[in-house]
Design a protein around this ligand. Structure first.
Ligand SMILES: [Mn+2]
Length: 356
């Protein structure tokens, strides 16, 4: 039996932290559409089960559009069984009707059987997730899949993987962590986080998709990239670049191979000998037509020509001479004081702070 494991769709996300207001409605529709495409993919590829390991919706009371789309998609794919375990964002039931190919879970262990495949799940409490492991039972002669939502670790409020070892589990389909990762429960079982289906912000960079397993073979979760666009973080170290134009050209070359569809954050880094005021804004304007959305940050530090400035009969010169002969309190960075002081004197401090 071929099975898709996904989680953390976060349908109905506000997306306000990552995208400008004019891009949000389109991106929100994309989150829904990628789920529809996943259902199409499942049906076309003969997948019998789609496991949804929590946080399908971004909030307990999801927007009506997203809610309707989600349940309609399930109804329109009657040959695929959808198993929906609630997470910490969608902890209240949002289903109001019975759908024959939708299977849900609750606060006690529930098992849904499909031939020799048993899918067990429990909606874990916020505190003391460990207690659930003690009450877990299954028949080791079945193929046992466990769905859980939460982070793995060693504390009482974590999902502790070793608590589930030796219990006859073949696969744990986890949700909550937004990147794919996998590991071993014991000699028999594997666990995996599928990651989210689409990256929503600059804290969800890199390829996103779902995991597939085949219970007729040795179970080995395989990651399938599926997002319609990728959020990428690119760091451009412009140390040694002689001026703004060269720094821009360098950055443009660096991001040249990134697909036009993507969402990009470019961060300028390094120590430079020229004034970078306006660099981030110019780069953003230039790169804007190339991507769905671009955000540029300037995290460079300026390496001022201290020798030259220290000889000037200017306020900057006076500041540099004073700084050179001053004791710096412990924990303070002379270079940073120099950078911020010179920015303040030249009136660029507001820009400089905004760009960071
Ligand atoms: Mn979660």
């Amino acid at each position: 039996m071929r099975i898709i494991h996904t989680a953390d769709l976060h349908l109905g996300s506000s997306l306000g932290n990552a995208l400008p207001a004019d891009k949000i409605p389109a991106r929100r529709r994309e989150l829904v559409n990628t789920f529809v495409k996943l259902a199409d993919f499942a049906e076309a590829g003969g997948f019998e089960l789609v496991l949804l390991s929590g946080d399908v919706f971004d909030q307990d009371l999801p927007p009506r559009t997203e809610k309707e789309f989600f349940y309609d998609t399930i109804k329109r794919h009657p040959n695929v069984n959808f198993l929906y375990l609630k997470g910490n964002h969608d902890s209240l039931p949002s289903y109001t009707e019975t759908i024959p190919n939708l299977f849900t879970f609750g606060k006690e262990w529930t098992c849904h059987r499909f031939g020799n495949v048993c899918v067990h799940g429990i909606e874990l409490p916020e505190k003391n997730k460990r207690a659930a492991a003690e009450s877990f039972r299954c028949d080791p002669d079945d193929i046992n899949i466990v769905m859980l939502h939460g982070q793995t670790g060693g504390a009482a409020d974590d999902i502790v993987i070793r608590d589930y070892s030796g219990k006859g589990i073949d696969y744990m389909a986890l949700g909550h962590i937004h990147s794919f990762s996998s590991g071993e429960i014991d000699v028999r079982g594997k666990y995996a986080y599928s990651g989210c289906l689409e990256g929503r912000g600059f804290d969800e960079t890199g390829e996103k998709g779902f995991a597939v397993i085949d219970t007729d073979k040795a179970i080995m979760p395989e990651f399938v990239p599926f997002a319609c666009r990728t959020v990428r973080l690119v760091e451009a170290d412009i140390t040694g670049q002689p001026d703004k134009q060269e720094a821009l050209a360098f950055a443009e070359k660096l991001v040249g191979g990134i697909p036009k569809n993507d969402i990009l954050r470019l961060v300028f880094k390094g120590e430079v000998s020229f004034d970078t005021a306006g660099l981030a804004a110019i780069a953003e304007t230039r790169l804007k037509p190339m991507f769905f959305h671009v955000s540029v940050k300037d995290k460079t530090s300026v390496k001022p020509d201290v020798d030259r400035i220290s000889r000037e009969e200017t306020l900057a010169g006076e500041f540099v001479r004073l700084l050179q002969t001053s004791e710096i309190p412990e924990g303070c960075d002379r270079g940073r004081i120099l950078t911020i002081g010179l920015k303040a004197i030249s009136g660029q401090l507001p820009d400089y702070k905004k760009e960071r």
